[in-house]
Write a protein that binds this ligand. Structure first.
Ligand SMILES: *Cc1c(COP(=O)(O)O)cnc(C)c1O
Length: 360
């Protein structure tokens, strides 16, 4: 059996041989009682790339976001975010269970909010209400199909937030995919936010870790709360070396992932029975809907799997494919052909894809 073409997520990437060597050779020390030199290098590098004073290496993007919320909000406060964002959708409601926060959701258009939607969202100073403290945005937007937020909209929303005394946090798990596709540097995106979270374990290809970036004061606070959340890591230089290697070697190749996603998107446009969500794929996430004439998404996913292409069913009609550095352009060509063939066969032979339980 040949290697599967794994398009389930960009988190499935495995460290390359050179990355493993960099990890094996990393200088390490106890990063809780002291400072691990490799962690320190990584933190300096990501702080520089985002134009922030300081950064903190944490085990996951979820922890990074959750510490970010905690920097800006106290128990009983509220933050505003888009209704499909990761912080709300995929972090178990940790803002409530860990930090006692409330959330105000604004419905976006494939993850994109209009600055006008924020008008009137700040609760007045009245003892019936929670205190509105923070705006969180996500770029690229995961459930929005890797959507790049419009730059001017981001600037306007953040200016409005700051003018009204709110802080701003960016869930930039895939910010560098947005950088690669938009040509707008990370520093320029990040300047609008008080804190920025970056994942190394997505398209950048590191095995573990994220960073939270902000002012020196915020990051000192974040360090205390990382320890409280159980994220104090001792000789973390071993994994930080993977992330550092990713920043030094893998930033440039993100545009290839974005191009591969374009190719998948085009195949989906050209395949009757499939509909590309929002008719676009800005970066490395491709979402599409499967016509009921073809069958269920989980059945399509199962059929693809049997032909060596792995992806995820995300809803009653939706399938997601994600490109990353461990899928080559040749494999993308194969995946396109297999997808097109399965769907076209199902339609022309009137053999609807059925069976296999939903997993989303
Ligand atoms: C992956 C992801 C995270 C963090 O996920 P972890 O699995 O906790 O590292 C945060 N935000 C977005 C948008 C993500 O895609």
């Amino acid at each position: 059996m040949t290697t599967p073409i794994d398009l389930r997520s960009d988190t499935v990437t495995k460290p390359s041989q050179q990355m493993r060597e960099a990890m094996a050779q990393a200088d390490v020390d106890d990063d809780v009682i002291d400072i691990d030199p490799t962690v320190a290098r990584l933190q300096n590098k990501i702080a520089e790339l985002t134009g922030k004073e300081a950064a903190l290496f944490v085990p996951s993007g979820t922890m990074s976001n959750q510490i970010g919320l905690r920097i800006h909000c106290r128990s009983g406060d509220e933050f505003i975010c888009e209704s499909q964002c990761h912080i709300y959708s995929y972090e178990q409601g940790a803002y409530a269970s860990l930090s006692g926060l409330a959330v105000q959701l604004l419905p976006g258009n494939d993850g994109v909010l209009d600055p006008a939607q924020f008008i009137g969202t700040i609760k007045s100073d009245n003892e019936h209400f929670c205190r509105t403290k923070l705006v969180c945005l996500e770029n690229t937007h995961n459930r929005g199909g890797g959507r790049i937020l419009p730059y001017d909209g981001v600037a306007e929303i953040c200016k409005w937030a700051h003018d009204n005394g709110l802080a701003t946090h960016l869930d930039g798990a895939r910010l560098f995919n947005a950088v690669a596709a938009s040509g707008i540097p990370a520093v320029q995106w990040a300047q609008h936010f008080d804190t920025v979270s970056i994942c190394f374990s997505k398209g950048l290809g590191a095995p573990v870790g994220s960073a939270l970036c902000g002012t020196t004061e915020m990051i000192a606070f974040a360090r205390r709360h990382r320890k409280m959340f159980g994220g104090g890591m001792r000789q973390a230089g071993i994994i930080a070396a993977g992330a550092l290697f990713a920043l030094e070697h893998n930033l440039e190749q993100l545009h290839i992932d974005n191009q591969n996603a374009q190719q998948l998107a085009q195949t989906i446009r050209d395949t009757e029975g499939l509909q590309l969500a929002g008719d676009r794929a800005d970066t490395n996430i491709v979402m599409f809907d499967v016509s009921s004439r073809v069958g269920s998404p989980s059945a399509l996913v199962a059929e693809l799997e049997s032909q060596n292409v792995r992806c995820l069913a995300l809803g009653p009609t939706r399938v997601r494919m994600v490109t990353h550095l461990d899928v080559s352009n040749t494999q993308i060509n194969q995946a396109c052909e297999i997808l097109n063939q399965i769907v076209t066969n199902a339609l022309t032979n009137d053999r609807k894809l059925t069976g296999s339980g939903a997993q989303y």
